[in-house]
Design a protein around this ligand. Sequence first.
Ligand code: ATP
Ligand code: MG
Length: 775
Amino acid sequence: MEKYLSQLNDAQLEPTIQIDGPMIVIAGAGSGKTRVLTYRIAYMMSKGIDPFNILSLTFTNKAAREMKERIATIVGASEAKNLWMGTFHSVFAKILRIEADRLGYPSNFTIYDTQDSDRLIASIIKEMSLDKDIYKYKQVRSRISSYKNSLITVRAYFQNPELKEADAMARRPRMGDIYKEYVERCFKAGAMDFDDLLLKTNELLTRFPEVLAKYQNRFKYILVDEYQDTNHSQYLIVRALSDKFQNICVVGDDAQSIYAFRGANINNILNFQKDYDDVKVFRLEQNYRSTKNIVNAANSIIDKNQTKLDKIVWTANDEGDKIKVNRSLTDGDEGRYVASTIWESKMNHQLKNSDFAILYRTNAQSRAIEDALRKRDIKYRIYGGLSFYQRKEIKDVLSYLRLIINPADEEALKRVINFPPRGIGQTTVDKLIVSANGYNRTIFEVMKHIDKTDVKVNSGTKTKLQNFVTLIESFQVLNQTADVFELAEHVTRTSGLIREFNKDGTPEGVTRMENIEELLNGMKDFVEGQKEIADTTGSLAEFLEDVALATDLDADKGDADHVALMTIHLAKGLEFPYVFIVGLEEDLFPSAMSMNTRSELEEERRLFYVALTRAEKQAYLTYALSRYRWGKLIDSEPSRFIEEIDEQYLDIVTPIEERRFNPMLDADIFGDVEPNKIRYKPAKQPVLKKSGTKKSPEKFKVTTPKNLKPVAKTGGNTNLFDSKLVVGNIVKHIRFGTGEVMKIEGAGADIKAEINFQHGGVKKLLLRFAKLEVV
Ligand code: ATP
Ligand code: MG
């Protein structure tokens, strides 16, 4: 037997070496589903199956890349290169490019990201003179998205009176008209939005049997990870492609289905056995990721859901520490608790920032956490916010590049036609749009042949429009010979973008310049990379496609050491040694918007299950008693999910406010001045007095920073409070060992020393707390 197969347990081995026929692996978190998929592909290749015939669909491109790397170490890099692996969107975008002309699209079609879609929809709402408070563009976009993912085309929409009625009831009777206009405008602009990438693939496979046959024969073996979160459109694609050979392997966990709100259909996994004949079902039960405490706690949570497949998950891993539950007064305190806990555990256990993840329900929660991390100087990275490629200046550059490839691209054109300012006003642009709609031509075509159109502008404006056309056309010429990097460098200079951002002079302007530089660096990498990897052509079109489909997660090269901050949705499939789940409060998590029905609440619970099962060694649950939401301080209650966990797995940490002011407990070891240790305490919160042992509230005195007296320590050399310490002294610290005093600053109770420890590096310690001994 191949050696690598010994890295699987028996239950994992079975599905790994079962190559033919339909099969499903249903198993809980951390049980090795993704590992099975990875090894299975390696095994198939070692059995002589051509990688060209294998299609593997993953949840993120990063996951695909990691799988490919792993497979490459087993079977060799050159073989692994030929595998088709990636997200549904990225794989089918490639196929659509090959087949685009059948659908009337240019092969270099643009991919509109959500920002582009939003802008187009907003523009259509305005052109139709509709009330933008009723027709909110984001809501309209998500409605259109759900039609598309349910394969409801414009024609189907108008044939279905129920849909029209539903939209009319929602006070949006013109929904269908907006949908129609949006689809036509995208088509005319040679653009597909994210949902189109699936919808058009379905169209391609149903309308053209020869295309279907071609890809059925091509992808004889299909594998899908995270199958529980496929939507209807994705389901149909998989179904169609696997219909001929039925060599389909899907893995998933119904307990981790968390994208129903975006159209994912949990029934896809529940009904898999009905969809194919003789489905082999495999189950994995052993979790390799987490401690016993985490696995058991997660089991006790998911048990509360009624809709679920029965599964067993156990682990042979250590018991581990109990899950820590922490209560804070405010969201600010919560942030400080998280930051100080990370800081302390890093110190105590020699950990890296990247050992930690902070997961939250909504992106807005990151702010308080970020503030606290910054104060502690802990490096972090937020995933899933505005991706790099969606930043204004980056989109400006990319819009020029998009126009080179596809001048029909309406959103790109509107973005840069007057940026940097070249005297083409909004009125002119509006005239161009109207005219283009009238002639059923693109805006660019109208500009190019302005004399033959009905557009009324003065000759000065006409020249400006023609100059813009000439500018883009000159870029197109250069694109024939230059690589992506050279081209982009030329474009940023010649278009005036660099000058525009440079003259700004503000810190934001500087950041924008840095981002553009970063973009150019990325292009350089792309160009270099293409020389090494045979399966990319390195064309501008390809670069733009990568960029359009890049998620924030994909951009992570894993090189920098930072704490990861992200929503739980994004954390699916990932793992971290230490995980904080923050904001565990009613109405936040579970979300106020998801408590109307049992099924919504169950989805929230699954989300919590996903969050908890990301942790390998230790999980922390935190909540605040009050939190700023929508600009107001709102009281909150602990989430029901905390109570739902079997108590025996929890360690309710002494609330930080009671702990923080006991310098004996807290500060003596670190001796570092931490901003969150010095804060005002509301009178209601009982605080331990220095010597406090008895807890009768009347006796408690409110401790404020002002009356927090330094604790005098007795004995030997350890009290260096009024120190004779000088630069150059060699000192010994109980934890950090020996080090040399580099600098002394401050006065009185605030005297600090900067010490270069032999093993711990440079640390700044407050002498009144640091137990130092001069040696
Ligand atoms: P999720 O449901 O969260 O996606 P999963 O079922 O896909 O989880 P994996 O990510 O494949 O689980 O595996 C979880 C962890 O356990 C990984 O770090 C993996 O390398 C490790 N692992 C899986 N199987 C084994 C095994 N047989 N021996 C050692 N480690 C294993
Ligand atoms: Mg997985």
